[in-house]
Design a protein around this ligand. Sequence first.
Ligand code: IYR
Length: 231
Amino acid sequence: MQSYSPNSPEDLGYSFSPYAPARFPEAEMKKLVLQFRNTMEERRSVRKFSPDPIPKEVVLNAIRTAASAPSGANKQPWSFCLISNPEIKSEIKVRAEEEEYKSYHGRMNQQWLEDLKPIGTNHEKPFLENAPYLIVVFKKVFSTKGAKKEQNYYVNESVGIATGFLLSALHIAGLSTLTHTPSPMNFLCEILKRPENERPYLVIPVGYAHADNQVPDIQRKPLEEVLSEYD
Ligand code: IYR
């Protein structure tokens, strides 16, 4: 039988300090959230990147932002690989295109291919070489403390939230991203020589959008379609 007594002083490993986030007048709150909404609604996935260099410090601060996300039991079950090395980018492109070729020519079912047709994606992934940086997000299925394995909790949820923070931070700095999902993507562990507790989660090319970049004129679902209210 497990024991759990979170309120006994010896179990409270952390010290606790006051936290009183700013409260704004209602008008200010409305303005702030609308500003953020407008900024985030402008974000679009970009598949054609300018080769122009981007400031590394901006990317590092975006990764710091991602690493500040909430996570199950504060295990922070993520790691980020930041890749600018052209040979490594090319190797990732070659391996991703091999997998994507197999996906587009047999692994995806007809409905999936139909759903992708309007977006016009295919197995070719030039952005993996053209974007100045690739960030590969890894999830840690368990943590290691020396030789000891430790459990992580809500790993997908935690890493998904961190990735949302990352995309938002890059976007508000004027950088474009794509959430690329080569599948399967275990080849990334090999190329990047990751430890055995890490699994690839997402590949994120980062850069300025190319001057010729075009995006499909998609629509976001209206609030009524995505929200159910229970007053
Ligand atoms: N992973 C493939 C296919 C793909 C899947 C979805 I869902 C997209 O929104 C876009 C593409 C690829 O990256 O091409």
